[in-house]
Each structure stands twice: as structure tokens, then as C-alpha cells.
Ligand binder design. Structure first.
Ligand SMILES: Cc1ncc(COP(=O)(O)O)c(C=O)c1O
Length: 369
């Protein structure tokens, strides 16, 4: 038996088949009723006022920066412990990224590092960030209390990269809805997928209206094709929305399933040298992937052993500040995310894994350690 990190869409339900077929048979494959239904269901799930379905999470972040007026020469602070799709849009708009390391309590952006840098910049007159992209890594909410306070105090537009955290809350409020804008991904590896897709959300309808305009090639109101500015072709198709809409009906069960799997790991392997990803006391994460850090242990050796045992594992995200492409970028570091990368692995986390499956994997972890 092979244990996958996350089953690639373990089942295609009758509902998915029904809605996709309906989208095809309606002859509205590009734009149709499922675009609106998918957006509406994300609004309802997250409690946000406005949502826009786009081709992927990366394009949603690009739109967020664009509509918030982030331009060439601006500075954008960002989590360093994240996936490249979170930060490439900073480069697309010509802005300068500044990466901020993680804390131990959430594995997300360290509010103390952020505060120190903001204080320093406001005193010295160094350019302040126009926006901050905050990732909720592996479905685990960041410390929203501290980070929102700082963004408010210094007037920074907060964009939440909730690509991995659909279904996660902090103090009962859905991730992606704290900042000016939030982004979700429906890439195939996520808890619910549309085979590729993204969603941009905001309580500010003018921002979403503008993003919708840009995502549709910035077509002015006219009966011919009139353009006063440059936009993008970022629309999500009706077929993909139909698939995503059907998948979304199962989000609660899938999050519960992933949390159960995490707890099954925790029961057996949550002791030195293993640290499982923590959870802020006010947070309820999705446990999208069960992430572990092996103190001072050779993760390459552990991975090789797991490969031989047909257990798929993956190193934790390589921080952005040590990526070759960002070798010249500024970064505020404390060693935390580099430690996660050097000593961490993700383990099979799909909601379909049984407790017995996790026990089998745990036995191997204990054996190799
Ligand atoms: C943290 C994070 N940000 C952004 C993205 C980009 O989303 P997409 O792949 O839909 O472009 C992803 C993943 O896919 C992600 O994991």
C-alpha cells in the first residue's frame, strides 16, 4: 500500500459529475451560473461580503496588489516561510519584497520581528511597506490579533494568503477575512479543488469590482472592445467553478478528517525529537498537511526510509529569503524557518486516512528515529 501526502482527489462524487455535466450541457463552459454559485458559497463559508473566482491563487494575489495600488518602487512585507506563488506577484507589480521569519508559536510570521522593523523604519524614515502578504501556512492561522494591530497602527494594507487555509478560523473568524483582501487557492493539492482556481475576497466591494474588471481584460463599458487600461485574462471557467462548487459542499468533513489524522499522529509521535506544528490557542486550523520538525535529525535519511516504505513525505517549504531568486532581497530572520526547512517533513494527511493507517506510518517514524 502506498500512502500519499494527500490523495489526488480521492473520489469524484456524483455531485461533481452532475454539476460539471450541467455546465457542459448548458453550453456555457466559460461563464455561467456556477461562477456566481461558487463565489456565493465562498462568501457564505467565510463570511466575507464579496468574492471573485479567478484562474488560481497566484493571480488572485496579483490582482490584490494591483487594486490596492501597489506599484513599482513600493515595499511589500511578506512571510518568508511560504510558497513562491505567495510572493511572485510582488515582483509582477515591480515592488520590493522584504521577508519576515516565523515564530515558534504558530510557525507563521513573527509579530515581534514585524513590530521591531516597523518601529525602526518609522523612526529612521526608511520606506514603510504599502502592503503585507501574510501566509497561513499549512492551514494554520497566524497570530491575527498582533498582526492586525500592527497593520492598523502603521496603516499597512493586509493581504491574507489563505491559499492553504480554507476552513480555518481565528477567534471564530475565517482566515482571509481579517485584512483588506484575502486569497484562497483551489489547486489540485488543496483540501477542496476545482482542478486549478483561486478566489479573491474582500468586504470592500469597490476593490472586488475593480479586480473583476482587471481579471476580464479591463474591458470598458461599451458595445465594442474599448480599453483604457491594461488588464489580465484571469477569469475562472464555469466548468471549473462547477467542480469547485461541488467540492466545497464537503469542506467541513474534510477539515474534520484532516484534524483527526493530525491528532492520530500526535498521540504517538509528539515528543522529542519530534515537534508537530502547534496551533495558536484562538485558532482552529485545517491541518492541511501534518508538518513535523525533527530536531537535529537528518530529514534526508528519514525521507529516504519513508520512500522505501511507500510513505510519501515532503520537506517543509524552503524559505523565500534563501531561495536563489531572492538572494539580494532584504529579510528579517531569526533562524526559525530555516530550521523548519532543514529538519522538517510533511506526512500523509488526507482526510481518507484511517487511524490504523496513521498508526502504521507512526510505527515507521518511531522505528527510524
Ligand atoms: C501559501 C500559498 N500561496 C499561494 C499559492 C498559489 O496558489 P495557486 O497554486 O492556486 O496559484 C499556494 C499554492 O498553491 C500556496 O500554498
Amino acid at each position: 500500500m502506498k500512502y500519499y501526502l494527500s490523495e489526488p482527489c480521492p473520489t469524484v462524487s456524483d455531485l461533481e459529475k452532475k454539476y460539471v455535466l450541467e455546465a457542459i450541457e448548458s453550453n456555457r463552459v466559460a461563464t455561467g451560473k456556477f461562477n456566481a454559485l461558487f463565489e456565493q458559497s465562498v462568501r457564505e463559508l467565510t463570511g466575507t461580503q464579496n468574492a471573485l473566482a479567478v484562474v488560481n491563487g497566484t493571480s488572485a494575489l496579483h490582482l490584490a496588489l494591483s487594486v490596492l495600488g501597489v506599484n513599482a518602487g513600493d515595499v511589500v512585507f511578506s512571510s518568508t516561510f511560504t510558497f513562491i506563488g505567495s510572493v511572485s506577484p510582488i515582483i509582477y507589480v515591480g515592488a520590493e519584497p522584504v521577508f519576515i521569519d516565523s515564530d515558534q508559536a504558530t510557525w507563521n510570521m513573527d509579530p515581534n520581528l514585524l513590530e521591531d522593523e516597523l518601529k525602526k523604519r518609522s523612526k529612521s524614515g526608511e520606506k514603510m511597506p504599502k502592503a503585507l502578504i501574510l501566509t497561513h501556512i499549512y492551514g494554520q492561522p497566524a497570530d491575527m490579533e498582533s498582526i492586525c494591530l500592527l497593520c492598523d497602527k502603521y496603516g499597512i494594507a493586509l493581504i491574507e494568503d489563505a491559499a492553504e487555509s480554507l476552513g480555518a478560523t481565528f477567534d471564530g473568524k475565517h482566515t482571509g477575512t481579517f485584512g483588506r483582501m484575502g486569497v484562497f487557492s483551489f489547486n489540485a493539492n488543496k483540501i477542496v479543488t476545482s482542478g486549478g482556481g483561486g478566489m479573491l475576497v474582500s468586504d470592500d466591494s469597490s476593490l472586488i469590482d475593480k479586480a473583476r474588471f482587471l481579471a476580464n481584460q479591463a474591458k470598458d463599458k461599451s458595445d465594442h472592445f474599448e480599453h483604457s487600461e491594461i488588464g489580465y485574462n484571469y477569469r475562472m471557467s464555469n466548468i471549473q467553478c462547477a467542480y469547485g462548487y461541488a467540492q466545497l459542499q464537503e469542506i467541513a468533513e474534510r477539515v474534520d478528517g484532516r484534524r483527526r489524522v493530525f491528532e492520530a499522529y500526535k498521540r504517538m509521535v509528539n515528543q522529542p525529537p519530534v515537534t508537530l506544528m502547534p496551533e495558536h490557542e484562538k485558532a482552529r486550523g485545517t491541518r492541511w498537511l501534518t508538518a513535523m520538525c525533527f530536531e537535529d535529525e537528518d530529514r534526508v535519511g528519514i525521507k529516504q526510509y519513508m520512500d522505501a516504505e511507500s510513505i510519501e513525505t515532503r520537506p517543509l517549504w524552503k524559505p523565500m529569503h534563501i531561495q536563489p531568486v531572492f538572494k539580494d532581497a532584504k529579510a528579517l530572520v531569526n533562524g526559525t524557518s530555516e530550521k523548519f526547512f532543514n529538519y522538517g517533513l510533511c506526512f500523509p494527511s488526507g482526510h481518507n486516512l484511517s487511524d490504523a493507517d496513521v498508526e502504521e506510518i507512526n510505527k515507521r517514524i518511531i522505528r527510524i528515529l
